[in-house]
Design a protein around this ligand. Structure first.
Ligand code: AMP
Length: 136
């Protein structure tokens, strides 16, 4: 059982900001910046790609509203949404979660971005392969 499952069941407390039938949002206990919020589905899945369409839709519906609330509470005019999948991608809690991290003058998410250059032949392969996967 993950720590977020324990929060959902009420076994562990949280600083709850929002809750509906499918979603819970609460303050991150180790904020990267002031106002750092976590948004989780109630569905117990480790990774985004495992989520049901209903959970995904419920999160998508409320994320912009929660981002506006974070901005209003902190005065931030910029923020990052971070969503890690897999330990190799820095996921520590194996229950799907979206971070909303305000970018403040003093603090915020640091991003390493080693951009390459898209190869035309590889792009064609990728498009065909992803489209086939979407149609399965
Ligand atoms: P990630 O690396 O994407 O899995 O991030 C997990 C996040 O969960 C971290 O930012 C932690 O600070 C946060 N976290 C862990 N336990 C709790 C908790 N009990 N309440 C609130 N946030 C938590």
């Amino acid at each position: 059982m993950t720590i977020f499952a324990k929060i959902l069941s009420g076994e562990i407390p949280c600083h709850r900001v929002y809750e509906d039938a499918h979603v819970l949002a609460f303050l991150d206990i180790g904020p990267v910046s002031d106002g750092h919020l976590l948004v989780i589905p109630k569905e117990a899945k480790a990774h985004l790609h495992e989520l049901s369409d209903d959970s995904a839709a419920a999160i998508g519906r409320v994320l912009p509203r929660l981002a506006r609330a974070v901005m209003a509470a902190t005065g931030a005019t910029a923020y990052n949404i971070l969503q890690n999948n897999g330990a190799a991608a820095h996921q520590a809690v194996m229950h799907v979660h979206f971070h909303i991290i305000p970018k403040l003058a003093s603090a915020g998410l640091g991003v390493g971005w080693n951009a390459g250059k898209l190869d035309g032949a590889r792009a064609q392969e990728l498009v065909a392969s992803m489209q086939a996967a979407m149609n399965r």
